[in-house]
Structure formats: C-alpha cells, structure tokens
Ligand binder design. Structure first.
Ligand code: 0A1
Ligand code: ZN
Length: 864
C-alpha cells in the first residue's frame, strides 16, 4: 500500500548494507560552552584527519541550528555550504583544525534531545543523534574523539558544572559567572557526550577498584531529594564490584558521577563518567518507592554502569549494531540482579516482561530483527527486540558455550575490541574463537525476526523402556521476511515419571537445528512427563499436548523453579483461553495447583507469589487469532473469583502470616510483601464484605509504598466507598511528589473497571497532567494503552483518545509519542469493527501535517 505522507520531506530509509567508514576522523575535540537557558553559545574546535585516499569534503551533522562562523586552521572561510542540515566544508589537506560557532536555546528544547532544561538545570541527551542539536559534528558512533570541555555559566543559578571524564580546573569570572574544565582521556563517540549545569546536592561515596584505584562517586540531585539517593549509591558500589568479579572489568576514571533529572525520554544514559538518569531510577525511600522501584533502580544503575565496558570502551560501529551494546548489557544487568536475590524469581520476571513487550512486538507490524536491516528514525529502534530479545541471544550463546568458555569469550571480546566501534558479528566471532563452537547457523537469530514456535510431543509405549520426543520448529513470517530458515534452539529438557514423581533422566541440552527432529530416551520405565525449555533456555513459544493433569504435576514436582512456574502459567493460560472461547471453563485443575503451591512449605514467598498470579489479559489475547477483550476479561475475572472464593481460607492465612513489619528492602521481606498483596488481590475477588475495609486499613497504616500502592490498586479496581477516599488521600499526601503522582495517574489508567476510558479522558484534563513530562505522559497514556479491555472499548473512545494525545505530544516530543503508538498497531488481531476504528486513527495520525519522522514511521508501518 502506498501511504500518503504528510512529512515536509519524503521519508529517507537508512540501510545497513550502505555502511561506509567515515571519510574524516576527529581525533580531538574541544568544546567551549557559554551556558544560558535561553541562548547558549557553543564553540567547537575539531582536529580532523582525512580517512583514506579520497577527495570528499568534511560533512558535519547539524539539526536546528545555523553556523555563526566557520574557520579552517584559524581563518574564516565562506566556501562552506549547507546540504539539508549538514554543514559541508571543502578541505584540501590531510589534517585541519575546523572551528564552528552556533547558538542554541535549551529552554525551548521540548524534545529533550541535545542540550535542554529540566527543573531549572541544564543537561544533555545525545544518544542516538542528539549531539548534532548541540554543535556540528560527524554524529555517528564510529567517529571516536577525545573531548576537552570548558563551560562558563552564571554561578548562582548553576553552581555545579559537570562533564565527562575528569575535572581539570574551575574558576570565577566577572559578572557573577564561573567556569569549569573537564577532560575525558578516553576516545568516545559523540552520543556519549554529556554535560550538566545546575543547582545540585551530592551524595558522595568511594570505591576502590581491585587494582587500587580510588574512584570518587557522586549522585547529584536537587537538595530536597538527597535523602533518597542511598539505595542508588549502594547499587552502584555493588555493580562495580560485581563487574570485577564476574567479568573481570574494572572502572577506568577517577570519578563517576550520576545526575538525576525529572524530564527524560528513557530510563537513563551511560555517558562516559557522567550518567544521566530519569529521577525515577534514582530516588527511593520507603514512603515513596515500591519494592519494584527499588529493584528497577538497582537494575538501571547496574545497566548504565556496565555500559562503561559494553558500550563505551567498546561501542557500536553503526546503529544497526545497537544490540551489540544493549543486548549484552541487559544480559549483564539481569545477571547482576539475579545475584542480588532469587535468581529464579528474576528469571520469571524477565520472561514475563519479554512476553509482555517483545513477543507482541515480534508478532506485529513493527517486528524487526535484533540486527535490523533498515530504519527511518533510529530512536524508534530502542525496542524490546534490540534490548530484551538481544539479551536472550547472548544468554543462548552462554548456554551453548557453558560458563567457562563464555567468560573466556567475553574476555577475548573486551581485549580485542577495546577502544573500537565493533559489530554484532565481531562479538559472535569471539564466542566461536574462544570456545571452538560453530555458531554459523546461530547467526540467523540476528537476522530473522519473529518468535519461533516449537511443537513438542512425547511417545512412550506402556511397559517399554524407550520414550520418543518429536520436536518441530517454525519461524513465522514477519514484515519483509516471508520465509525463514530453521534456527538453532537450545532447549533444556528433562523427563519426570508420572507415577513416582521422580526424574527419569538428567537435564539434557538439546540444540534443535532442523525443522523436525526426533530424540530417543532409553531407560524410561514409566509414563514420562516432559519438562521442556527449562529456565526458558530459548526465547520461543512451546506448543505441547501436555494435559492439564501433566501441567499440574510439573507445577508441583519439577525441580526447575522456572519450569514449575511455566507449567502453572500454561495450565492457567489453557483454562483462560477455553473460558474466553467457550464462555466457561473447568477451573478445578488450576485451583488445585494453586492450593498445592500455597501449601508447599519448601517454596519461598517470592516464588509462590509469582507462581499463583494469573497471566494478564493481554497475554491471553496474544494466544488468540482474534482477541475478544470482553470475553477474556470475563474469563479471567471468573477464574480469579473462583480461586479467591475456593481458597479463601488460604488467602486469609497467607495475608495474616505476613503481618506488616517496619519496612526493610531485602529479598525475604520483599517476597513476603508480594505474597501478602497477591493474597489481598484474590481476597478482593471474593467480594467478601470485609475486604474493602481490610485494603483501606492497609492503605492507611502502611509504612511503605509497596503496601500502600497495592492497597490503592485493590480499591481502585473495585467500587467500595473507600475507593474515592483512598484516591483523595493519596493525592493530598503526595501532591508535591511528581514520581508518586505518576502512580496516582497510572493506577487509575490500569483500573479494571467499566469506566476507565472515560476516567482517563478526564484525567488528561487534570491540572497535574502534562504531556511535557515523559514520565507523566507514560503514566496515563502509556498505562492506558496496555489496559486491554479499557483501551479496546468497542465504541473506539480509547483509540480516539490515544490518537489525540499522540498528535499533541508529537509537537513537543516525537520520541516519546512514537514509543506510545504500538497498541494501535494491533488492529489485525481484532474484530472488523475495532480494526476499522483503529485503522482510522492511524490514518488520521499519518495525515497530520507536520508529523515527526518518528511518529510517521511507527504509524505508517502499523497500517501496512
Ligand atoms: N543507552 C541508554 C538508552 C537511551 C537511549 C536513547 C536515549 O535518548 C533519549 C536515552 C537513553 C540505555 O540503554 O540505558
Ligand atoms: Zn543500555
């Protein structure tokens, strides 16, 4: 289909195969900033060298600014020209000093890319292509330069001046201004540049590396937030020690600073020596942050820190290689978090988020390979596929290689590519070289999109000693990739005896590499039950013919905790799918399995809480060719109520057994709180007369946000009279805390009530709602988009609301708008009425004059 576009210029498609090395290199860069919120002057001095034998001019990327002056080797020139936004400078020799001067306006930068103002401070965000909004530069990741930075600013307004690397000197100037100089000795791409100017307080710490370097750590926030930074600082120290122990990676500068800002498009950014964070991933205390927030902070602090090696010391050759740093770094932060508490629960959480975000992406119009071949706007490729599926690819290689060879391979990779801009292929080649493994077929995981489906069935002749496992794989077609080749799928498998409930085999790692394979197990003397994809060893969908009884059996007896969880999920899913399609389902097997799990004294609370949770509405929808959101909701509510009612005594016991105690953030206490709140949720499903009062009392008496928010959620989903009281109290208590108010918006947008679409539309007009702050926009619009039943209200009110908001947000912040579009792209999965309404909204978006490239790419692809 030919989509009518409304862009000023036709969309340009960037292709991976068009990669060419840069024509000019920039070994040294000096930047002089005269900082001011309305008008900042940027003077850039680049020493450039011709890269190879060619006659190309120097091309510097820019965006939004015009050059005030251009000099070459100290002489003003006028033969430069602008081609689009590129500054093109003819140069005759092999080496020159090129200087430019521009003026930019941070306080008018609503995109939050480049240099912008947040909460009265100035900060930068350069990945992927923000640096060109600051100054003219070859803004591509394979141009590595050593940066020296000088900043001058008003001292009262911006007493703190930070940049990458090490501080060199500071001083005062006339007129109330001051200056600071920073030097970063490590060559880096422009996307890792950062500066911050502001009125900030610091929580300082130190870390001594294993070779004895003392590193000064600083977490910089507004003074009022200083008391909420201890958890992040602690997580940073743990991360530094972990990367030494597990990967042999040591920190390399004398300082490591983190700054928290309220307005940020993503979670955080790994700028060399100066990480900049969304404040939601730094600030925590018991009263304002949930256990989930605490976990998220530690994970993101670790993630950004780990980028110092996987991302900064070794960066990406081009943006098609983004998963080289992101997939690997996510894998590393997952390993870190697993080591802080229960590895099994961490794996369950990671798989749950892969299924919630990446599987739908891979099954929809925006599906793309982990190493894409083409893009229009690179900001749209910071996806669950690049990050989370990318991490699964690394995990599979680690599984295939085994721990020792994997560590040897990462050592080789870090040694060989240190100081360079590398490719995914470089990484895989190191995996092969260090281990002797042949990963040629494995490489298909980088190029083929779509979630593979594996069908598995096991035959056993009663009385015989042999079991036959038949496996088949199919990789579904995805946009631009109609046919696929079979991939290598590492599947951990084990058989259990149905009668004796004992293992019949050891765990085996099967590398399924053909479309169909048959495997034989000898010595199987009783009917075997198949435990497959244990630990979620491959990111695939397993289709098996295991009965409800076998799934219940595995949920009780499998020795792999992930497989136990998985069996229960599959049992619940099968029950919910049957309920949604047929209007009713037999709940007995699920209820018995939940009861068994609750009664098992050997299981820890955190695991039990995960295992007894029902799959989300959206995940049930993902199993169906045609999603009927109301039928799914009814089926899920019916099962929830039955589990609640029939196991009411156990839920009461679980609730009472974990009485609220003074808040401690530890794996054990966190698990107890989680189970208690899951129990509260099931009790609420029973409609027992006292539950609203119980929830309200928990809400009122809680000394921590985990319990308070869980109680609020329970009340908000129902219609007891305590509902509005709780919302009002929560609002009044946290009116001046933006991060907590986000929860107030989000809880209402996620509510499982009939009026949610109407409530959300009203909340968008609330005095505290603003599209200018990405966290606030996500808390209402993003949360609403994943509320399957409310968003898909049959009259299309949800679709209209989302499109209205995205069109408005696109004017301010295209990146954040584009990120929130995907729910509209699921139209193929819905009935004709809904699909037509969704398409109409996508068409309205695409036809909007002045649309950004970001939103255009996502909306137009979603229509195809
Ligand atoms: N590299 C960062 C993610 C990130 C990407 C783009 C941004 O621009 C707004 C910001 C952050 C990470 O992986 O944490
Ligand atoms: Zn990252």
């Amino acid at each position: 289909m030919d989509i009518q576009h409304s862009l000023a210029q036709p969309p340009v498609v960037i292709l991976r195969e068009d990669y060419r090395p840069p024509a000019w290199l920039v070994p040294e860069t000096r930047l002089v900033f005269d900082l001011d919120a309305h008008a900042t002057r940027v003077h850039a001095i680049l020493s450039v060298t011709r890269n190879g034998d060619h006659g190309e001019p120097l091309r510097l990327d820019g965006a939004g600014q015009t050059p005030l002056s251009v000099t070459v080797d100290g002489i003003a020139i006028d033969d430069w020209r602008l081609e689009g936004e590129q500054l093109v400078i003819p140069l005759s020799g092999g080496q020159h000093r090129v200087e430019t001067e521009v003026e930019i306006a941070p306080d008018r930068n609503t995109q939050l890319m480049g240099l912008y103002a947040s909460g009265g401070n100035l900060c930068t965000q350069c990945e992927a292509e923000g640096f060109r909004r600051i100054t003219y530069f070859p803004d591509r990741p394979d141009v590595l330069s050593r940066y020296a930075v000088r900043m001058t600013a008003d001292k009262a307004r911006y007493p703190v001046l930070l940049a990458n690397g090490d501080p060199i000197a500071t001083g005062d100037l006339d007129g109330g201004r001051h200056w600071a100089e920073w030097n970063d000795p490590f060559p880096k791409p422009s996307y890792l540049f950062a500066l911050v100017a502001g009125d900030l307080a610091v929580n300082r710490g130190t870390f001594t590396t294993r070779s004895g370097r003392e590193v000064a750590l600083g977490i910089w926030v507004r003074a009022a937030d200083l008391a909420k930074t201890d958890h992040a600082l602690h997580a940073l120290k743990l991360s530094m020690a972990w990367d030494e122990r597990v990967y042999g990676r040591e920190y390399d500068l004398d300082v490591f600073n983190i700054v928290a800002v309220d307005d940020f498009n993503f979670g955080a950014m790994e700028n060399k020596g100066l990480n900049i964070f969304n404040s939601r991933y730094i600030l925590a205390d018991a009263d304002t942050a949930t256990d989930h927030d605490y976990d998220g902070i530690a994970a993101v602090v670790a993630h950004e820190y780990f980028h110092n090696w996987s991302g900064n010391r070794i960066t990406c050759r081009d943006w098609f290689q983004l998963s080289l740093k992101e997939g690997f770094t996510v894998y590393r932060d997952q390993g870190f978090s697993a080591d802080q508490g229960s590895a099994a629960v961490k794996r369950i959480e990671d798989v749950r988020s892969l299924r919630a975000a990446q599987f739908p992406e891979d099954a929809g119009p925006l599906s793309h390979p982990v190493r894409p071949d083409a893009y229009q706007e690179i900001s749209n490729f910071y996806t669950a596929t690049i990050y989370n599926k990318g991490a699964e690819l690394i995990r599979m290689m680690a599984t295939i290689l085994g721990p020792a060879a994997f560590r040897a391979a990462t050592d080789l990779y870090f040694d060989r590519f240190d100081g360079t801009a590398a490719t995914c292929e470089d990484f895989v080649a190191c995996m092969e070289e260090a281990s002797g493994a042949d990963l040629s077929q494995f490489r298909l995981w980088y190029g083929q999109a779509g979630t593979p489906r594996v069908s598995a069935s096991i035959d056993h002749v009663a009385g015989g000693g042999r079991a036959t496992l038949r496996l088949a794989q199919r990789v579904p077609p995805t946009p631009g990739q109609p046919t696929k080749r079979p991939m290598v799928l590492p599947l951990k498998v084990r058989l259990f005896g149905a009668e004796t409930a004992t293992p019949l085999t050891d765990e085996r790692l099967i590398l399924l590499s053909d479309a169909d394979e048959t495997l034989v197990f000898e010595g199987v003397t009783e009917r075997p039950v198949l435990s497959i994809n244990r630990g979620f060893s491959a990111p695939v969908i397993v289709e098996s013919d295991r009965s409800a009884a076998d799934l219940a059996f595995l949920s009780a007896h499998d020795d792999d905790p992930f497989a136990r969880y998985e069996a229960m999920q599959q049992l619940m899913l099968d029950t919910l799918v049957a309920g949604a399609i047929e209007g009713r389902a037999d709940h007995d097997a699920v209820i018995a399995a939940v009861a068994h799990t609750l009664d098992d004294p050997d299981l820890d609370a955190a695991f039990v809480a995960e295992a007894v949770l029902l799959p989300s509405d959206a995940f049930v929808g993902d199993q169906l060719a045609l999603v009927d959101p109301d039928a799914i909701f009814r089926a899920r509510e019916a099962l929830r109520r039955d589990i609640g009612v029939q196991l009411q005594d156990r839920w009461r016991l679980a609730y009472d057994r974990a009485p609220a105690v003074p808040y401690v953030y530890s794996p054990t206490e966190k698990g107890k709180r989680r189970l208690r709140n899951v129990a509260l949720g099931y009790l609420a499903a029973t409609d027992a007369a006292d539950v609203a009062a119980l929830a309200f009392e928990q809400f009122r008496a809680a000394d921590n946000m985990t319990d308070r928010q869980a109680a609020l959620t329970t009340l908000v989903n129902g219609d007891a009279e305590e509902r509005q009281a709780a919302l009002d109290l929560f609002y009044a208590r946290y009116a001046d805390n933006a991060l907590v108010l986000d929860k107030w918006f989000q809880t209402q947008a996620l509510a499982t009530r009939d009026d949610t679409a109407a409530v959300v539309t009203r909340l968008a007009a609330h005095a505290d709602f603003s599209l200018a702050n990405p966290n606030r926009a996500r808390s209402l619009i993003g949360a609403f988009g994943v509320n399957q039943r409310a968003f898909h209200q049959a009259d299309g009110a949800g679709y209209r609301f989302l499109a209205d908001q995205l069109i408005a947000l696109d004017q301010l912040n295209p990146q954040t708008a584009a990120k929130l579009l995907p729910p509209l792209g699921r139209w193929r999965r819905f009935d004709q009425g809904r699909a037509a309404l969704m398409r109409a909204e996508l068409e309205r978006i695409v036809a909007t004059p002045g649309l950004s490239r970001d939103l255009f790419e996502q909306a137009s692809k979603s229509l195809e």
